[in-house]
Design a binder for this molecule. Structure first.
Ligand SMILES: Nc1ncnc2c1ncn2[C@@H]1O[C@H](COP(=O)(O)OP(=O)(O)OP(=O)(O)O)[C@@H](O)[C@H]1O
Ligand SMILES: [Mg+2]
Length: 368
């Protein structure tokens, strides 16, 4: 069911989709991507025009909630300037935790407004607050197997204040939110670009998208384009930074910089980095165990690692070993043309951080 597109504030959507910037607003940075579509040898290709990763001030976003609107707006504004993009209309995503999704069955062949009416009636039953307080959107997924008179519909609802905060933040930066997606859906859209790297393009395989960010590790397991399991853990690169800070008596900024540059004492690898990687790998293995016991699935065929921690040397191998699963670092840009503004070497390092922003930028090319 996932991999579908959402637009949580219907009023914002303009009927003719302009090219959009994808902006992923996360706890440690804002990621901005501009893609374009080009024709090469009469096939359509995507081209990465530009991207920027702009640091976000600490405490501006906590637990996925915007705490300091001005600071978030400032990071977006700075990033946008650096990017050199002229696009001002943007696609954004809400964290999965801020959105309720529910699949319902409705009768097929209804008029749009009848459908909206029914979606609202359905939503009323399971959303724990008044419909005035939520942004609602739905997607018709297709006919119910063996029941052509019915269709499956996926409803997404989010608290208005969540949507308003993030829309206000980009507004502060002089940009306009046009599309509001949900993070795992955006990541899945980017995964579509990586499928061909798998045997038989990942057909019938069980794939785990594992994003290890600064504060959260997100595991989303998909099977034939449907999410079959999702789990967030409040654990990520911040824990490693903290450990470095304690062990080597550094400030948070020093610890963060030393971690990225790899300028730490010799015992760092063994005493700090290794245990961190082991803990991470164990968390992932444990999540897989939960997945196996709570569903009919018995294996994961492949892991795609994303997020800033995916770039930690050796982590991929430790995760592969502990989970006994083929593991690779996500790079949605492998089949894209790169504009000459983009450094191939730098992109290789940054690619795993850019999954969500990439999926959002792809919303420019939605059929509409
Ligand atoms: N070269 C590197 N080596 C080690 N860690 C790194 C490196 N580059 C980035 N990181 C870490 O990755 C994390 C940032 O990753 P990412 O940008 O994916 O997080 P985020 O999206 O801001 O956070 P979240 O998704 O949890 O809100 C930070 O903890 C950072 O220290
Ligand atoms: Mg992130």
């Amino acid at each position: 069911m996932f991999g579908k597109t959402f637009n949580l504030d219907l009023n914002l959507f303009s009927p003719k989709s302009p090219r959009l910037l994808g902006i992923d607003i996360s706890s440690s940075s804002v990621k901005i991507i501009e893609l374009s579509k080009i024709k090469k040898k009469s096939t359509n290709m995507l081209r990465l025009e530009r991207y920027v990763i702009e640091p976000m001030s600490k405490e501006a976003i906590i637990d996925g909630n915007i705490q300091d609107l001005e600071a978030v707006g400032e990071s977006i504004r700075k990033g946008w300037r650096k990017s050199g993009s002229r696009l001002k209309e943007v696609a954004l995503a809400l964290p999965a935790a801020a959105v309720i999704t529910k699949k319902v069955v409705l009768s097929a062949g209804q008029r749009e407004d009848d459908m909206v009416f029914q979606v609202e009636a359905e939503a009323n039953q399971y959303i724990p607050f008044s419909l005035d307080e939520v942004n609602l959107d739905f997607q018709v997924l297709g006919p119910v197997p063996d029941h052509p008179e019915e269709v499956e519909v996926l409803i997404a609802a989010s608290r208005k204040e969540k949507v308003e905060d993030i829309v206000a933040a980009v507004q502060t930066a002089g940009l306009r939110a046009v599309v509001m997606d949900v993070e795992p859906f955006a990541a899945q859209a980017a995964f579509e670009l990586m499928k061909h790297q798998l045997p038989e393009s990942g057909e019938s395989q069980v794939i785990a998208l594992v994003d290890i960010g600064a504060s959260i590790t997100r595991i989303n397991i998909i099977h034939d384009g449907e999410s079959v399991y999702a789990r967030d853990q409040p654990f990520g690169g911040d824990q490693l930074t903290q450990e470095i800070q304690n062990q080597f008596n550094l400030s948070i900024e020093e610890a963060e910089a030393a971690k990225r540059k790899g300028t730490l004492p010799e015992n760092y690898n063994q005493d700090v980095l290794q245990p961190f990687c082991e803990t991470l790998a164990l968390e992932i293995a444990r999540a897989f165990q939960f997945f196996f016991t709570s569903t009919q699935y018995m294996q994961v065929d492949c892991i795609f690692l994303s997020g800033g921690c995916a770039t930690i040397p050796g982590l991929e191998a430790i995760i592969a070993e502990r989970t006994q699963t083929i593991t690779q670092i996500a790079n949605p840009f492998l089949n894209m043309e790169l504009s000459n503004r983009v450094s191939q070497r730098q992109l290789k390092q940054d690619a795993p951080l850019l999954l969500i922003a990439c999926g959002l930028a792809m919303r420019s090319f939605d059929p509409s």
